[in-house]
Design a protein around this ligand. Structure first.
Ligand SMILES: [Zn+2]
Length: 112
């Protein structure tokens, strides 16, 4: 992969990472608000909302780790190489999912 593409993916990954961190921080503060106004909120629905937020945060945490690993691979010079078969991942796939660590055929084998 050429340097220009690498730089473009790195910027995209860093922006996505920053967006997730900003969303996670906001969700955290929203939860704090909920707790403060807890007296006015029905307890059951309050619990549900916290659960939904936690689940969202867990998904984001997983994505965040994938993004950070991808940035690391860029720095180590093995970005865009499938971690299973060591073939190059297609640019089209990286454009769609820049934090992916496996090529499309390994991904299909994994989920099949
Ligand atoms: Zn592969």
């Amino acid at each position: 992969m050429n340097k220009k593409d690498l730089k473009r993916f790195k910027t995209a990954l860093e922006q996505k990472r920053d967006a997730i961190i900003a969303t996670a921080k906001k969700a955290h503060w929203d939860n704090m608000e909920d707790t403060r106004h807890g007296d006015f909120v029905d307890q059951a629905s309050d619990d549900n909302e916290v659960h939904v937020n936690l689940r969202l945060l867990q998904i984001d945490a997983k994505l965040l780790r994938a993004i950070e690993a991808a940035i690391e691979r860029i720095e180590n010079g093995n970005y865009g190489i499938c971690t299973i078969c060591e073939e190059e991942i297609s640019l089209a796939r990286l454009n769609a999912v820049p934090w992916t660590s496996v090529c499309i055929s390994c991904k299909e084998k994994k989920t099949a």
